[in-house]
Design a protein around this ligand. Structure first.
Ligand SMILES: *Cc1c(COP(=O)(O)O)cnc(C)c1O
Length: 428
């Protein structure tokens, strides 16, 4: 569910008319709903009641300082993948002692910075990295808290670019190799304290089944590590999927209620209800690392239609946002529902919605039947709160869009639109 819906014929975010935001701040424009972010976080946190747990928001999904501040205010933990993300979390008032640091390629600078800040755990992805962590910690005369990422070799059944839990992916250490690795580390690496075990099987999972499979497969391993090495936490990763295709309708509880049990996509409540019984008696702290599930449906990208171009084979609606602003369709065939801000009356048309960038991959949809919006009209690309702005670039020397955070009836600019001067400043 989320805070975007038509009110009096005009698409709103909570109590704010999106058309008025587009007019005041221009387009392309990212708009986030604070209420939705809070609701998703709280829902997941409550769904895990009965288990000692922590929800560590995956910062890479949306790292705007105001979004992080909002989550820090809810006492969230944070899963980071770079020194830069740790810097943002600290700037936003997040607690480093609740940060876990993931990623296959941490540099010396990043390790030193995170060690000095006292993060909760380095989630390590290879024996080589674990040994290097030991070396850096020894030089600083510190002990690095660590967990190894196990690759459970289960099929997350998601897009190949966002599947991470199979043996052929670059992530983690093979399931079969973990026990020996912990034994070697305990014997040979005095500046590493093995504190937990981590896994993350992929992103945008819309069924509970791969999560269950992974949890059941890894449970005996995690209990062995607890008995032998005294580990205290198990991070079961992120990856909870969201609704992209019926994004607007799925903002309302009615859409969910009308679906049968089998047809209903995974909810945060179902995730908790299914996993809590399997996790509650392990005597371990359970960490969750959701990104998309917290912010994905809490954001839209507003863009204005510039032209309608009648090609010989197709009709193109050309808009002022491009793949540099939202790359998901080009990068992994991501689907975003397209919704005019003015509630459509009826006429629909088969179109491609494309951006101004000089790339054939610069499209938001192809051959999709859409309400027949016109040049001058503004549309919303739904479900753009995760992996949207954070992946934006200056390709074609286009300034990064502004970001707005709506909370009830207030709307705040949480990132100014970049200027052309900003773009070239470092080249002068
Ligand atoms: C990206 C990532 C996440 C978050 O994934 P979502 O699909 O956005 O929930 C969690 N953990 C790790 C290690 C990641 O790399």
């Amino acid at each position: 569910m989320h805070g975007f819906a038509y009110q009096n014929g005009s698409l709103h975010c909570e109590g704010i008319d999106l058309q008025s935001l587009a007019e005041e701040h221009g387009t392309p424009l990212y708009v986030y709903s604070a209420g939705t972010i809070r609701d998703h976080f709280t829902r997941l946190d409550q769904a895990m009641t009965g288990v000692d747990h922590e929800v560590a928001y995956a910062v890479k999904a949306n790292s705007n300082l105001s979004v992080l501040r909002l989550l820090a205010g809810l006492d969230a933990g944070f899963d980071i993948v770079s020194g830069g993300e740790l810097f943002r979390v600290i700037e936003a008032g997040g607690n480093p002692a609740k940060c876990t640091f993931a990623g296959v390629g941490k540099t010396r600078d990043e390790i030193e910075y995170a060690l000095k800040q006292g993060i909760y755990s380095f989630n390590v992805e290879s024996e080589e990295e674990l040994r290097y962590l030991n070396t850096v910690a020894a030089e600083l005369d510190l002990v690095a808290p660590a967990a190894v990422r196990v690759n459970p070799n289960v099929d997350a059944k998601t897009h190949k670019y966002i599947s991470t839990g199979k043996s052929e992916n670059k992530f983690g250490v093979d399931f079969e190799a973990i026990e020996d690795l912990y034994a070697r580390a305990a014997a040979e690496l005095p500046h590493v304290k093995l504190r937990g075990l981590q896994m993350h099987i992929g992103s945008q999972l819309t069924s509970i089944q791969p999560f269950v499979e992974a949890v059941e497969k890894v449970t005996p391993l995690v209990l062995t590590l607890k008995a032998k090495h005294g580990i205290e936490f198990w991070s079961i990763g992120g990856g909870i999927g969201i609704v992209y295709h019926d994004s607007l309708a799925a903002g309302s509880i009615d859409w969910w209620d009308a679906k049968s049990e089998q047809d209903r996509p995974l909810t945060l409540t179902q995730y908790g209800a299914t996993l809590v019984p399997r996790l509650k008696d392990l005597g371990l702290k359970i960490l969750l690392e959701p990104g998309r599930a917290i912010v994905g449906n809490a954001g839209v990208l507003l863009t204005r239609c510039l032209y309608e171009k009648q090609g010989t084979a197709k009709t193109f609606k050309i808009v002022d946002a491009g793949m540099n602003d939202l790359i998901r369709p080009a990068l992994y065939e991501g689907h975003h529902e397209i919704v005019p801000l003015k509630e459509p009356a009826g006429e629909r048309k088969l179109v491609d919605v494309v951006g101004p960038i000089c790339e054939s991959g610069d499209f938001f949809c192809q051959n999709r039947e859409l309400p027949d919006f016109q040049p001058g009209d503004t549309i919303a690309l739904m479900s753009s709160g995760a992996y949207g702005f954070v992946m934006a670039s200056n390709y074609n020397t286009r300034p990064l869009p502004a970001e707005i955070l709506v909370d009830g009836t207030t709307a705040q600019v949480v990132r100014k639109r970049q200027t052309l001067e900003d773009i070239i400043a470092a080249e002068r």
